[in-house]
Design a protein around this ligand. Structure first.
Ligand code: ASP
Length: 328
């Protein structure tokens, strides 16, 4: 039986991190080349052929347009290549949710695309990187792995891009899903899916843009004034995501300034600085009157990505933006 061929796109992160000591505290994300990781993986006895393609060697805090464009192009080519069964992206954990959602919105859903990372550098005692990679290989080569959109595999769990977020800074069980938890449990030898593929053969939801417009996240805090809103408009933001208190709240003066911005054509999305939960329309804030959009289940980081993609695709009116958040 031929082994599935999996394309591994390397970007760096802690999974490629080198501490130089098994027990030290500091390390450099992206210090190891993808080839070193694949050499280590070659000793695991995986039932797949891994083909490496380095894209970057950075901490994912530096992830941006250039790397995203290269990733998107490589994934799209692999989606059309009958020799490739699935795609793994090795990625830092800090912004995995952003890259995952961006690709989820802009790639067809046919083949599995899986982001894997690590919370401990490759040379640290108890490093989780190779296990997450082995789990990613299991997902990317599973015939049931396609049609589920982009996924993040961490800590023996599989999360859909729309749900996943990093919820802890350092410990090994750092990822959570909301509103859905994991969509599968995985080990290198077994996968248990909790439901059927829901996007089988679906085309990309949005076109890959020429560029991403400037959209900022504004975190609300007690006692703040409206000056940060003015500052964001002053630097040319086309959209603002409010990381609001509770269900997307902010002091009245801030909401007034955001409403004025919305009336002037700036897309304003209310999300929450709270770890988890829905932000619904017209609860404490009159979104209808103020021209706002409610982020529903999306936290600020992913709401920003979705808003950037929408604006880049010419969708900027509150009703159209709200429909996209509703239908995610
Ligand atoms: N700062 C690192 C990164 O996102 C953290 C990690 O990978 O866990 O690249």
């Amino acid at each position: 039986m031929t082994r599935p061929r999996i394309l591994v796109l390397g970007t760096g992160g802690t999974i490629a991190g080198a501490a130089g000591s098994a027990t030290g505290g500091g390390y450099r994300a992206g210090g190891l080349a993808l080839s070193a990781m694949l050499d280590a993986a070659a000793g695991l006895g995986l039932e797949a052929e891994l083909v490496g393609e380095p894209i970057a060697q950075i901490g994912s805090q530096d992830m941006g347009w250039d790397q995203w464009s290269a990733l998107h192009a490589a994934c799209l080519a692999a989606c059309g290549d009958p020799a490739i069964s699935g795609i793994i992206i090795t990625h830092g954990t800090d912004t995995a949710e952003e890259t995952a959602l961006l690709l989820d919105l802009t790639l067809p859903a046919g083949k599995p695309v899986v982001l894997v990372g690590a919370m401990r550098p490759a040379d640290a005692v108890g490093s989780d990187g190779l296990r997450n990679l082995a789990n990613g290989v299991a997902v990317a080569s599973d015939p049931q792995g396609g049609g589920r959109g982009v996924m993040v595999v961490m800590g023996d769990a599989v999360f859909a891009a729309v749900d996943v977020r990093k919820a802890a800074t350092a410990h090994i069980d750092a990822f959570r899903g909301f509103p859905r938890g994991p969509i599968a449990r995985v080990t290198p030898s077994q996968i248990t899916w909790f439901g059927p593929p829901h996007r089988a053969d679906a085309p990309a939801s949005y076109a890959w843009p020429q560029s991403l417009p400037r959209v900022a996240i504004l975190t609300a805090g007690a006692g703040m004034d409206a000056k940060p809103v003015e500052a964001l408009l002053g630097i040319g933001c086309k959209g603002i995501v409010l990381a609001g208190m509770g269900q997307g709240n902010a002091p009245g003066c801030v909401l007034d300034a955001l409403a004025a911005a919305a009336k002037a054509g700036i897309a304003v999305v209310r999300s929450s600085r709270v770890d988890e939960g829905m932000v619904e329309r017209n609860v404490e804030v009159d979104d209808d009157a103020r021209g706002f959009v409610a982020a529903r289940a999306l936290g600020p980081a992913k709401a920003r990505i979705l808003l950037q993609v929408l604006l880049a695709n010419g969708i900027s009116d509150p009703a159209g933006v709200q429909a996209a958040f509703d239908n995610l």
